[in-house]
Design a protein around this ligand. Structure first.
Ligand code: NCD
Length: 309
């Protein structure tokens, strides 16, 4: 896999070949996790710089590096504790930290901010979510989760449900799904539709897309249902958010409409999109996704640091 200049900022930079190489490496990493750990990245340091809240993503990166025998320097609260408080530029922060570590995973609330941090960095930078922009590693693990079970994505009908305007996960998912002949159903409130540039890009690649507000009418067609949270923190007012809150709720009743072999994914955290009563259903995959996240990030960091599992 070759990203230029070896950063992962967007899934636009991930080719179909990259994707399958990564998946094969991730399968090997599953064996490492089963055994406990390896020393493939012994002596390497990962720095996690988070300007926005996170539980899973940051810990997943850190667990991945520790499983590979490397070390971690973590700042979960860059907003209040870093030199940016002293007005340091993002570029300088990136440059300085890159002289001390081998790879960085960065989350920020502004789209494009992670790119800025990467610009003067001497080491690979991974976008761990930039505002309403992208979240490449989440999308990689989502598609890995589907691939592991279905093997062939071609022909699948995939629903992406929720806040498609502000959700960075759906954006990154789309740039990976464009490599396959899938039918997409975008389900969102009218005010939270997928950005036009993304739908245009997918259509250019020959994908069929249906846009709707109605989950009840379309859920029975889906082989895969990718749920996402309404992104409360991106709304200009609470009043606006309340109009969309709990727009879609997958409960036991709606679950009855779904195909028997469908898969239900969600990056978590969930608010009210998927009711806890769905958790024990054989189609629910959102907790397995978390496990897949560690091995995908292991495979990715190995690749970016020139190693193989
Ligand atoms: C997602 C994120 O941060 O974008 N969560 C995650 O990384 N697992 C999804 C979300 O917050 O809705």
């Amino acid at each position: 896999m070759k990203f230029t200049p070896n950063h992962l900022l967007s899934t636009k930079d991930v080719s179909k070949k990259d994707l399958f190489n990564l998946f094969k490496q991730a399968l090997k990493c599953e064996r490492i996790v089963k055994k406990g750990k390896s020393d493939l990245l012994k002596g390497k340091i990962l720095s996690t710089l988070f300007f926005e809240p996170s539980t899973r993503t940051r810990m997943s990166f850190e667990a991945a590096m520790l499983r590979l025998g490397g070390s971690v320097i973590s700042n979960a609260d860059m907003k209040t504790t870093s030199s940016l408080r002293k007005m340091e530029s993002l570029k300088d922060t990136g440059k300085v930290i890159s002289t001390m570590v081998d790879i960085m995973a960065v989350r920020h609330n502004e789209p494009g901010a992670v790119k800025e941090i990467s610009e003067k960095s001497a080491v690979p930078v991974i976008n761990a979510g930039d505002g309403s922009g992208e979240h490449p590693t989440q999308a990689l693990l989502d598609i890995y989760t589907i691939w592991k079970e279905k093997r062939n994505l071609n022909g699948l009908t995939i629903g992406i449900i929720g806040d498609l305007k502000n959700g960075r996960v759906p954006h990154s998912q789309c740039f990976l799904l464009k490599h396959f002949k899938v039918n997409l159903v975008f389900v969102s409130p009218k005010s939270l539709k997928m950005p036009k540039e993304i739908t245009a890009e997918l259509k250019k690649n020959g994908l069929k897309i249906r846009e709707t507000e109605n989950l009840k009418k379309t859920i029975s067609e889906m082989d895969i249902a990718l749920f996402t949270r309404i992104q409360k923190e991106r709304f200009s007012s609470l009043k606006e958010y309340n109009k969309c809150k709990a727009f879609y709720v997958l409960d036991k009743k709606l679950l009855k409409e779904m195909k028997k072999d469908a898969l239900i994914l969600h990056p978590l955290p969930r608010v009210d999109e998927v009711a806890p009563e769905v958790d024990d259903d054989s189609r629910a995959r959102y907790f397995d996704q978390v496990k897949n996240g560690v091995v995908i990030r292991m495979a990715l960091m190995l690749n970016m640091l020139g190693k193989k599992a």
